[in-house]
Write a protein that binds this ligand. Structure first.
Ligand code: AMP
Ligand code: MG
Length: 426
C-alpha cells in the first residue's frame, strides 16, 4: 500500500534541521589559505591603527603657526631640513621656520603639527613657499583613527573575505583559527543517468544534479566529495549510502525519495536505522525533500528533479553546512522586489520560483521568473540567483506586484522566515 506522508510547513522543516547542528571542530589555517572559512575567534585590536601619526599625502611636515599670516602676496618661506619616505623616521625635529619633506605613510616628525600637500607649495632653492594659512592638525592621519587598541573588530562566525583578510593581516594573523569545513558527500541515484562525457542514448539523460550540488556545497562553504552515481538497485544503493556516510560529515543523495517502485531511499533509511525527520514538505518544488539522522550525521535526500533538488539544497542543506561552522548568517536573506512578469499559476503550497533579481536602472530590486517553472527544469537554473516566495493558498501574481525574494548571493541572514512575508499586490 502506498505510504501516506504528512506535509510539514517549510519553516518547521528548516527549524527541525537546525536542531541537529553540532558545530565542527576548529583548525588553524594559513592566512593565504583561509578564504571562505569561518572565523572561530573574535578579532580584537591589540594595537592602534594606524599605530602612529602619519602623513596621508606627499608634502611637507610643518609647524602650522608658521603659516598664520601666509598669503598669495606674502608667502611664508620655510627651510627644508630633511626628507623622509614611508617607513622612515625623521632624525630631526620640525621647529618654527623649518619643514621636512615627507611622503605618504611616513611617520609625522616630532614638532610638526600639519602637513601641506606638495601641490600647494613652490620650491625656492632649499626652501619652500606656502601662500595660505594651515591649522594645527591639518592633513594628519592620526594614530588610532581607524581602530583603537582593545576594540573588538570581528566576531567569531564571520566569513573570511578579502576585507576580513586585510584586518587579519593588519593584526599579524599569519595563521588564523577557523571552523573545519564539513565534508559533504554526493551520490546521484537513477538507472537513467549517464556520466557527463557519455553520448546520449534513448531513455537516458546526463547526471546534472551531482555537478550542480557539488558546486552548491562549495558555495555554502563545504568540502564536496563526489561519491558516484548509482543505478536504482536496493542492495547496491544501501551499501553505497552506508559506506559514503562513514566517509563524510553530511551525505546528500539525489533522486529515489518519492514513492515510485524504484525509489529506494525510504527503505535504505529504514535499514540503516536512521530517524526520518521529515519526508514531505508543503512546498513546490521539492515537496519530497527528506532529511534523516543517523547518529550525529544528517542525510539529505533531495529530489532527482533538478529544480527541486536545487531548491531543497538551498533551503535546508546550505544552512546546515554553514551552521556546522557556526556561520553568523546561515540563512538566505530576503528582499521585497517588484515582479516584472505575470506569474499566473496558483500556489496551493508555498512556491519557490527560480528567479533572477536585478536592479539596473535605479528602480530598486526587480524580480523575473526564469524560464520553465517546472520541478524537472534544468536550463532555467543557469539564470537563477534568487527564489521568489509565493505563499501557499494564494492565486497567481501579476507584473508590478511586490514579492519577497530569497537571495542566493550576498551575506545571508541570521534568521529564516517565510511565514511573515510582505508580498502585496498592485
Ligand atoms: P526521482 O527523484 O529519482 O524520481 O527523479 C525525478 C526526475 O529527475 C526524473 O525525471 C529523473 O530522470 C530526473 N533525475 C534524477 N536524477 C537526476 C540527475 N542526477 N540529474 C538530472 N536529472 C535527474
Ligand atoms: Mg530516480
Amino acid at each position: 500500500m502506498l505510504e501516506r506522508r504528512n506535509p510539514i510547513p517549510v519553516q518547521t522543516a528548516v527549524n527541525r534541521v537546525s536542531e541537529y547542528i553540532n558545530p565542527l571542530e576548529t583548525t588553524i589555517k594559513n592566512l593565504d589559505d583561509s578564504d571562505g572559512y569561518i572565523l572561530a575567534e573574535a578579532i580584537i585590536a591589540d594595537h592602534d591603527v594606524p599605530p602612529f601619526d602619519r602623513s596621508p599625502y606627499d608634502g611637507f611636515a610643518i609647524v602650522a603657526s608658521d603659516t598664520a599670516f601666509a598669503s598669495r602676496e606674502h608667502p611664508v618661506s620655510l627651510e627644508v631640513i630633511e626628507k623622509i619616505g614611508a617607513g622612515d623616521v625623521a632624525e630631526n625635529k620640525v621647529v618654527p621656520g623649518k619643514a621636512i619633506r615627507i611622503m605618504t605613510g611616513a611617520a609625522l616628525p616630532q614638532g610638526a603639527d600639519a602637513i601641506v600637500k606638495l601641490e600647494l607649495t613652490r620650491e625656492e632653492g632649499p626652501n619652500i613657499l606656502i601662500n595660505r594659512p594651515f591649522k594645527s592638525g591639518d592633513n594628519l592621519s592620526l594614530q588610532g583613527e581607524d581602530a583603537r587598541k582593545g576594540t573588538k573588530l570581528l566576531d567569531s562566525g564571520k566569513v573570511i573575505t578579502p576585507g576580513v583578510k586585510a584586518v587579519l593581516a593588519t593584526f599579524g594573523y599569519a595563521r588564523v583559527k577557523v571552523y573545519k569545513k564539513p565534508k559533504v558527500g554526493v551520490i546521484a541515484t537513477g538507472s537513467e543517468l549517464l556520466d557527463v562525457e557519455d553520448e546520449l542514448v534513448p531513455g537516458k539523460i546526463r547526471n546534472s544534479n551531482a555537478y550542480m550540488v557539488l558546486s552548491q556545497i562549495k558555495r555554502a562553504g563545504g568540502e564536496p566529495f563526489h561519491l558516484g552515481r548509482l543505478p536504482d538497485d536496493f542492495d547496491a544503493s544501501f551499501e553505497a549510502v552506508k559506506e559514503g556516510l562513514s566517509m563524510v560529515d553530511v551525505l546528500i543523495t539525489t533522486g529515489g525519495v518519492s514513492v515510485g517502485d524504484f525509489d529506494f531511499l525510504p527503505d535504505i533509511y529504514k535499514k540503516l536505522g536512521a530517524e526520518v525527520l521529515f519526508n514531505k514538505i508543503a512546498m513546490r518544488p521539492g515537496s519530497v525533500t527528506t532529511v534523516a539522522r543517523l547518529g550525529n550525521k544528517l542525510l539529505f535526500g533531495l529530489s532527482g528533479n533538478p529544480s527541486a533538488c536545487f531548491v531543497g539544497f538551498e533551503l535546508y542543506t546550505a544552512p546546515y553546512i554553514k551552521g556546522l561552522q557556526r556561520h553568523q548568517k546561515p540563512y538566505l536573506s530576503k528582499i521585497n522586489a517588484i515582479l516584472t512578469h505575470d506569474f499566473p499559476k496558483a500556489n496551493p503550497f508555498t512556491r519557490f520560483v527560480r528567479a533572477n533579481i536585478h536592479w539596473d536602472g535605479g528602480t530598486g530590486p526587480m524580480v523575473s521568473p526564469v524560464g520553465l517553472d517546472k520541478s524537472n527544469a534544468v536550463v532555467s537554473l543557469a539564470e537563477t540567483n534568487a527564489l521568489m516566495v509565493l505563499p501557499g493558498g494564494t492565486r497567481g501574481y501579476q507584473k508590478g506586484d511586490h514579492v519577497d525574494t530569497l537571495l542566493l548571493f550576498g551575506e545571508g541572514s541570521e534568521h529564516f522566515d517565510v511565514e511573515n512575508l510582505s508580498n502585496h499586490r498592485i
